[in-house]
Design a protein around this ligand. Structure first.
Ligand code: M6R
Length: 620
């Protein structure tokens, strides 16, 4: 959701800015631009389209710069166009600003500035900032004072970076939108996200809310909004530049699907060796007071949260997953024994942060399950658990879903071992169900040790070519329905999300038993049904499959290797190694990722940058 980059230091800044923008393109790709300071003053170059278009424009103009700022945009206010691209300037081009976030009071600020004679050239909310700064400069303020005064007028969320003519510093601040500082040997960087400058440095400072950074040739200086100097720790990230590059792959998505055995190993390392899950920051007994769990999350992370809530309920711990954009405005009742878990890959999703803040204002304890150390969610929640999946660049979340679910499975085991839940003493019991023989209603955890074979099992699925063949075979279908039950249900939702997100085809996910309550009316021989089987309660899912089969729909089953009855009942079968049914959903999901990927490839879609989407959604 918009990417910001800035560089000050020795040598030419432009090449680093353009590299940074390319690395940040997953945050937005509607337009891109740079503002560099050189002997002519401030030079701005910006273009609608992806960063390649900007690269060509920069080359044509022979642009150079000692320091500067850049931006890649995901449009909110104003359509994608050259005029709406960042950086924005005041009328005289003395001040150039890049912005990520939303300035809520921009209309009233625009009115006020217009009355003062300022003229605007874009439809964006961001353009008010350079005008506010210019007005302060005209009144005699220094650039830093002008920036502070301008920022004080803003309502909403923002990460901002600014350069001013005849001044060699970059000024930046954040409020509700991420901004990190990269500390390099011959220059310092500012960016919305660490992968932007990983080629240049792995030493970072995660700016705190309302910190103000000043970068120049000499180094950097940090203050609070009020002007008080602050020290922030420099951390070394364990991601490498190669982690955030495509290498031999055509798409990040495919690279990240293939990385799952390795990323899962990282997720599990040191946490699953013994009979009990070992979670840093959560020693045995630390979760014993938890009576119930509420998950908040969006998109793929919401599906992982649903999966996690199912695992907890199966351990007798009351748990529910809510879409963060709903919880923030219509929360679930909580107590001081409720654990609210925000699941978010980026740790910066505005809807999820809004929910987290609501929970932080309640008696509940909060926990962020995230991939990004130093993210807002990690810092704002009472506790954080890192999924350690490594950087994910493709807009479609893949390896992070697997690592989220594996992390939640470990957390579920820890909560169970700690005796979390309301308990039988309070009259809370698992209702008896009429599940198929062999299934139990309350599980004490995944079969000991099974989770350790997850990376290897995922590897088997990644190497299976079945999804590629089926993507071709069913390329002409009208719709794709994904169904599943238990942990197979969130996987069905996730399979459909992935499929529609990158193929632009109609795809929906349903609880298998729900098909007959309405969606079946849509099923024709041109509707492909993808049915997820986990090894638990599959008999019922098979009934639901037959209901669709009778209407002529072709069925692709995804299930355990040894499930011969299912294999015979469906038209096509994507098998995965037999495992604990609780973990089977992770394996099934890898097949669904590959199905979506190959279906999108056939259609020649922009797989890593699907239309209208961005990786990190930092507006509500
Ligand atoms: O960073 P988050 O996990 O909070 O992001 C939430 C969703 O925006 C995200 O999972 C989105 O649905 C995926 N990119 C879809 O593949």
């Amino acid at each position: 959701m918009c990417g910001i980059i800035g560089r000050a230091g020795d040598g030419d800044a432009l090449a680093s800015l353009l590299t940074g923008l390319k690395n940040l393109e997953y945050r937005g790709y509607d337009s891109a631009g740079v503002a560099v300071r050189n002997r002519d003053g401030i030079d701005v170059c910006k273009r609608e389209g992806e960063t390649d278009v900007l690269d060509a424009a920069v080359a044509e103009r022979n642009l150079t710069g000692d320091s500067g700022i850049g931006h890649t945009r995901w449009s909110t206010h104003g359509a994608p166009s050259d005029a709406n691209a960042h950086p924005h300037t005041d009328e005289d081009g003395r001040v150039a600003v890049v912005h990520n976030g939303i300035i809520r009071n921009y209309e009233s600020l625009r009115r006020e500035l217009r009355e003062d004679g300022h003229r605007f050239t874009s439809e964006t909310d961001s353009e008010v900032v350079p005008h506010l700064v210019a007005r302060e400069l005209d009144a005699g303020a220094t650039p830093e004072a002008a920036f502070r005064t301008a920022v004080d007028r803003l309502e909403g969320s923002y990460a901002l970076a600014m350069v001013v003519e005849d001044d060699d510093a970059i000024y930046a601040t954040r409020h509700g939108s991420p901004l990190v500082l990269g500390v390099g040997d011959d220059g310092n960087y500012l960016a919305s996200d660490v992968p932007a400058f990983l080629e240049f440095t792995d030493r970072v400072i995660y700016l705190e809310e309302d910190d103000l950074a000043v970068l120049d040739e000499e180094g950097y200086r940090l203050t609070t909004r009020g002007g008080e100097t602050v020290e922030r720790a420099v951390e070394t990230v364990d991601w490498t530049a190669g982690d955030a590059q495509k290498g031999v792959y055509t798409h990040f998505m495919r690279k990240e699907i293939d990385e799952q055995p390795a990323s899962l190993r990282q997720t599990l390392e040191g946490r699953s060796e013994g009979p009990e899950a070992v979670l840093e920051g959560f020693p045995p007994g630390s979760l014993s007071e938890v009576s119930d769990v509420v998950f908040v999350a969006c998109g793929t992370s919401y599906h992982a949260a649903m999966y996690g809530s199912t695992l907890l309920r199966r351990r007798g711990i009351p748990a529910t997953a809510m879409r963060a954009n709903e919880f923030a405005h219509d929360p679930m009742p909580v107590s001081d024994r409720t654990l609210v878990i925000a699941v978010t890959q980026s740790g910066e999703t505005a809807d999820t942060l809004a929910s987290l803040r609501v929970a932080n204002g309640s008696p509940a304890r909060t926990l962020a399950v995230t991939n990004v150390v130093g993210s807002s969610a990690a810092r704002e929640a009472n506790d954080a658990m890192f999924i350690r999946a490594g950087p994910e660049i493709g807009v479609a979340a893949t390896k992070t879903f697997s690592s989220q679910v594996a992390s939640l499975a470990l957390l579920a085991d820890r909560l169970y071992a700690d005796g979390a839940g309301i308990g039988a003493d309070a009259g809370v019991r698992m209702p008896a169900t009429s599940m198929a023989e062999g299934s139990s209603t309350t599980d004490g955890g995944t079969e000991a040790g099974t989770i350790r074979s997850l990376p290897e099992d995922v590897e088997t699925v990644v190497n299976d070519g079945g999804a590629s063949r089926l993507a071709k075979q069913y390329a002409d279908a009208d719709s794709y329905f994904f169904i599943g039950r238990g942990v197979g249900y969130p996987v069905a939702l996730e399979g459909a999300l992935k499929f529609k997100e990158i193929t632009y085809e109609h795809a929906e996910g349903f609880a298998a038993g729900e098909l007959k309550h309405g969606p079946l009316a849509l099923v024709t021989p041109s509707t492909v049904i993808v049915a997820v089987f986990t090894g638990r309660d599959d008999e019922r899912t098979l009934h639901n499959v037959r209901e669709a089969q009778t209407r002529g729909a072709p069925i692709i089953g995804v299930g355990p290797e040894s499930a011969t009855e299912i294999r015979e009942a469906v038209d096509e079968y994507l098998p995965f190694p037999d495992t604990d049914p609780e973990l089977a959903g992770i394996l099934a999901n890898v097949h669904l990722q590959l199905l979506a990927y190959h279906a999108a490839e056939i259609r020649d879609r922009a797989i890593d940058k699907p239309r209208n989407l961005a990786k990190s959604v930092t507006v509500e």
